[in-house]
Design a protein around this ligand. Structure first.
Ligand SMILES: Nc1ncnc2c1ncn2[C@@H]1O[C@H](COP(=O)(O)OP(=O)(O)OP(=O)(O)O)[C@@H](O)[C@H]1O
Ligand SMILES: [Mg+2]
Length: 359
């Protein structure tokens, strides 16, 4: 796929911007604080409905303004897709897909898709399980509306169960919520199992390519039901077993919202025992695997957004990564153009004080 145009109105440091991206690699360069990441953020917003760096949606509205609009025009194999989002202070956001208003955020998924690698991801391996669940959930949501919907339903049910636990310890009503929670957890757990089964060989292959080491990268879904065939039944008994604990702690302590993705290099658990370099290489391999899996699911590569991360990799790995991106539209931000980019055919955009000039 190919995002050929991005338009911003009152978006962070941009009053009005129209950018026409080429196929291949675009490099957004310029000094710190000039607005490079803002552009990546706007693209990611059109892909997922969320910013990659904040949950505070209204922060994206330019200072002193009451609304912002972001519009992207994307070419896929089946034709042109446009996504338009308007955020207005004190109002619900409005989204148009191909010119038609949509009411559910799930309907905007898939019209522009991307894999992002940003400073927030650098600790994907090292951070707590939430980061790795987000990694699974974002990929799955972008390729499957059903997953996105199922995840929302699960989270709503979880919220209600937790509220009940806080209010009065749950009481007899908990039985009903346990059943509903287990039922809604099932599609999440099954989809993540399938995802991880595919991710493992892709990530191992990417890792072998990116590292000179002999050890194999192993990814495994740590699912609360431990791979049970009857997911719903297994979770239901877990909820029963943990009920007292949940009542005491006033939240739900088991379920897919606590699951993890374990990442080992040989026998070493990289989260706890990996060196920084090993963790970075593993993260890069996971991102590369995500890119390949999205290609399989979408029938074409998504965009790749590399926000400020090239400089975090050594030159060898920068080169190895970029060499593999021939058919991927890639948007890179960097204050200093990375060494590996000197030898590649990239279109350079200079970003300065909310203006962008093509060089
Ligand atoms: N809502 C907003 N309205 C106006 N300007 C904003 C808003 N939010 C952020 N900015 C400005 O945007 C700039 C930051 O932009 P951005 O994060 O894109 O910089 P960058 O070029 O990626 O910098 P770095 O190289 O440090 O990563 C800051 O100067 C900040 O003041
Ligand atoms: Mg930045």
């Amino acid at each position: 796929m190919f995002l050929n145009r991005l338009q911003l109105w009152n978006f962070r440091s941009y009053e009005n911007l129209e950018l026409n991206f080429p196929l291949g690699i675009s490099l957004l360069t310029g000094e710190n604080g000039q607005g490079k990441t803002n552009i990546v953020e706007a693209i990611y917003l059109l892909c997922t409905g969320k910013s990659h760096r904040t949950n505070r949606e209204q922060d994206m509205i330019a200072f002193g303004r009451s609304w912002t609009r972001v519009r992207g025009e994307n070419r896929q194999k089946d034709g042109r897709h446009t996504v338009d989002m308007v955020l207005q202070k004190g109002q619900k956001r409005r989204i148009l897909v191909n010119g038609l208003a949509i009411s559910r955020i799930g309907e905007m998924m898939g019209h522009i898709s991307s894999v992002i690698f940003s400073p927030e991801d650098l600790n994907l391996v090292k951070d707590g399980p939430a980061a790795r669940r987000r990694f699974m959930d974002i990929e799955l949501s972008q390729v499957s509306k059903q997953y996105f919907h199922a995840l929302n339903e699960y989270n709503q049910t979880l919220l209600q169960r937790n509220m009940l636990l806080k209010e009065n310890g749950g009481g007899a009503a908990l039985d009903v919520w346990d059943e509903l929670l287990a039922k809604r957890a099932e599609p999440i757990i099954r989809a993540r199992r399938r995802f991880c089964a595919r991710l493992a060989p892709e990530a191992a292959q990417a890792h072998a390519y990116l590292s000179s080491g002999k050890e194999t990268l192993r990814c495994e879904y740590k699912d609360c039901t431990q791979g049970a065939d009857d997911v719903e039944g297994a979770l239901l008994s877990l909820l029963e077993k943990n009920r007292e604990n949940d009542q005491r702690r006033m939240f739900t302590t088991v379920g897919p919202h606590k699951d993890d993705l374990s990442i080992h290099l040989g026998d070493t658990d990289l989260r706890y025992f990996g060196s920084q370099g090993q963790q970075r290489t593993a993260t890069l391999a996971l991102k590369k695997a995500e890119l390949e899996m999205m290609k399989q699911d979408l029938g074409e590569y998504p965009l790749l957004l590399l926000d400020d991360v090239l400089s975090e990799l050594d030159v060898t790995r920068q080169k190895l990564l970029l060499e593999q991106l021939k058919d991927v539209q890639t948007i890179i931000t960097a204050a200093q153009p990375a060494e590996a980019l000197r030898h590649l055919d990239a279109t350079v955009f200079r970003v300065k004080k909310g203006k962008v000039l093509e060089k």
